[in-house]
Design a protein around this ligand. Sequence first.
Ligand code: B12
Length: 238
Amino acid sequence: MSPLLEKVAEAVIEGQAEEAASAVRVALEGGLGPAVVLNDGLIATMGDVGQRFERGELFLPEMLLAVRAMQRAVDVLKPLLQAGEIGAAGKVAIGTVKGDLHDIGKNLVATMLKGAGFEILDLGNDVAPDRFVEAARAGVEVVALSALLTTTMVNMKGVVDALVAAGLREHVRVVVGGAPVTDAFARQIGADGYAPDANRAVGLVRSLLAATAAEAGRVSRLGSSAAPRAQGFGSMTR
Ligand code: B12
């Protein structure tokens, strides 16, 4: 890790929010790109924080301070990651599923999608299935689900089932992610795709919407909907 990123990491691990934000500014002024600061600095450090927590070297109050510092540091990067033309690429509703309060990864995915020009409806965390259904009814093209707990990832299936029950499943693409989620799990619950990180989430959503547009063109040309829907599996694995 470069010395500039080490300063960022140190401030996040120590839970110093203002120091973390200013270390990010110094890293940017020092010539590091926002994606490098995000991926090699902040996301890598959050992994480190998690391992320290697992080893019992950090306790919950310290972890919450580190999370706050991480969020403050990400705020500095947001305008740089969001330079695209907002809304032009399509509409995405994103949320962390019911029972789950983890939102750092979900927020990063939302930020990167915004940066890529998508309009984002951020439903927050601990989101019940019917709120995703409402968003689908309101016309979003993609529903993006995040889960960080093995006990809550099963609630992703609840969202897919609720969309089916509401008769909306064919109208939206469902993408899933979060540390315990895998490509195989995504297939098993009937999602359309999975990505292991925020960068690849953008590629996944783009490719699914491109496939949707191509299918719509084919259907209107041939007057048939017999062709199977394209899915975002395999190329997006960890
Ligand atoms: C920070 C944290 C917390 C914070 C969350 C604060 C917040 N605002 O998010 C707090 C302290 C509140 C917390 C609470 C708990 N936590 Co916690 N937490 C973590 C920790 C350390 C880091 C998670 C994180 O933010 N990672 C960084 C982000 C950037 O990564 P990410 O979320 O994976 O996201 C990336 C990808 O997964 C992907 N992605 C994410 N979402 C999506 C969505 C889509 C659509 C796509 C395509 C991609 C995608 O892109 C992201 C960016 O690249 C992890 C440990 C770890 N190593 O992961 C434990 C961890 C997730 N927590 C854990 C546990 C057990 C808990 C608690 C139950 C603890 C307790 N006993 O109370 C509670 C649960 C509360 C609840 N109901 O949700 C366990 C889960 C174990 C399991 N197998 O289920 C972990 C793994 C720690 C551990 N090993 O014990 N936690």
